[in-house]
Design a protein around this ligand. Structure first.
Ligand code: NAD
Length: 350
């Protein structure tokens, strides 16, 4: 597909192709929509197989950020950037040059961390642009996003438990955790405190051992997690875990977790509704990191940021209520709410 066909399909505002042969930089910055505020989203460095794959990825990711910011009622738009190349090719010169390109956008795009870019890379990028958030260790930094993402997921789970089981807490509910990494480790603390009965899995033995030792969880093999008899299935590892092969295996009433892109396609949302499984849309329930980082713009205050992230409870509750009222899949309801807010801002902007 030609570049403009791709851009027009989802109404992208601006795509900046950045190139500097001297430092070996090939990067793309995508601004999907800025009606609600500056396009905000991390920078990913990845060894894409080809440029088409890179463009497709940055377009998809930046549109996702528009939805995430909008459903979370943030005054931010959707953007993302990618640097094409293996992380072994990462040099200070390349990162600084990338920072200069970000700076040319004069704040219409705000960058942050994503796969392949760490906090020390962000510091290097920051030497050339002030439009950057989430540098760990700096004054005003919002810090590691994983604990606050877990806090958001926990609050979203509470909304699901109330709607699905009439429970105000997760006490006694059976929760299956797919992945016991950074986010789910913190989520486990909340589940443990509340007295949820957790079964978990991970492909890394150390993560499994940590969870077993500290929280005494039941452990199953990664492939068996789909068959676990549970109330809530919580994806916290991979994308596309709700797909044609797994749909028939779920024993849960609720799917609510941190992973991005949980549904293989939007169609799976309809199937979940048909099967009576309540799905908390991924970009709504896992928005804690974005909400938290947004608070750096106002002078970071942890208590304020965490109180804001707790509102994910309301966001998910509202989606579930509209879904039940309109008999529509929650993923489509969330998309509609997010899109309506963007359209409204566009109209206000004229
Ligand atoms: P992580 O890498 O720390 O944890 C993921 C864990 O999943 C790892 O321990 C890994 O071994 C495990 N895993 C991989 N394949 C598996 C499989 N087949 N079965 C079981 N376990 C498997 O990542 P994270 O930061 O905890 O993020 C988890 C998910 O949440 C990702 O999809 C991420 O994109 C998403 N997310 C994270 C954040 C954040 O703040 N970290 C924010 C939003 C969304």
């Amino acid at each position: 597909m030609a570049v403009f066909e791709k851009i027009q399909a989802d109404n992208y505002e601006q795509i900046l192709f950045c190139h500097d042969a001297k430092v070996g930089l090939k990067a793309i910055i995508a601004l999907h929509n800025t009606a609600l505020g500056p396009a905000t989203g991390g920078c990913r460095m990845w060894n894409y197989r080809n440029e088409d794959e890179a463009l497709t990825d940055v377009l998809r990711l930046s549109k996702g950020m528009t939805f995430k910011a909008s459903i979370s009622h943030l005054p931010l738009g959707g953007g993302k950037s990618i640097i094409i190349g293996d992380v072994s090719q990462k040099t200070p010169e390349l990162l600084r040059r990338f920072g200069e390109f970000v700076e040319t956008l004069k704040g219409h795009y705000i960058t942050a961390k994503d796969v392949g870019i760490d906090s020390s890379d962000l510091k290097t990028i920051k030497s050339r642009t002030s439009h950057i958030l989430g540098i760990a260790g700096e004054t005003n930094s919002s810090g590691d996003p994983s604990p606050v993402t877990a806090w958001g997921v926990y609050n979203g789970m509470l909304a699901c438990a109330e709607k699905a089981f009439g429970e105000k807490s997760l006490k006694g509910l059976k929760v299956a955790l797919q992945g016991l990494g950074a986010v789910n480790y913190h989520l486990l603390k909340y589940l443990h405190q509340e007295g949820a009965l957790v079964t978990g899995c991970d492909i890394q033995a150390e993560s499994v051992e940590r969870a077993r030792k500290e929280f005494n969880i039941q452990v199953v093999n990664p492939e068996a997690i789909y068959d676990v008899d549970c109330d809530i299935f919580s994806p916290g590892a991979l994308g596309s875990v709700v797909n044609a092969q797994t749909l028939g295996r779920f024993k849960c009433k609720v799917i609510a977790g941190a992973a991005n892109n949980q549904l293989a396609t939007e169609k799976e949302g309809e199937e979940l509704l048909r099967r009576g499984i309540m799905y908390a849309p991924d970009y709504a329930i896992n928005a804690g990191g974005l909400i938290n980082i947004y608070h750096e713009r106002e002078g970071y205050n942890r208590d304020k940021a965490y109180a804001h992230v707790a509102k994910i409870y309301e966001t998910i509750k509202n989606i579930l209520e509209v879904s039940a009222r309109d008999k529509q899949p929650t993923n489509l309801v969330a998309n509609r709410i997010a899109e309506d807010r963007v359209r409204e801002a566009e109209r206000a902007r004229g």
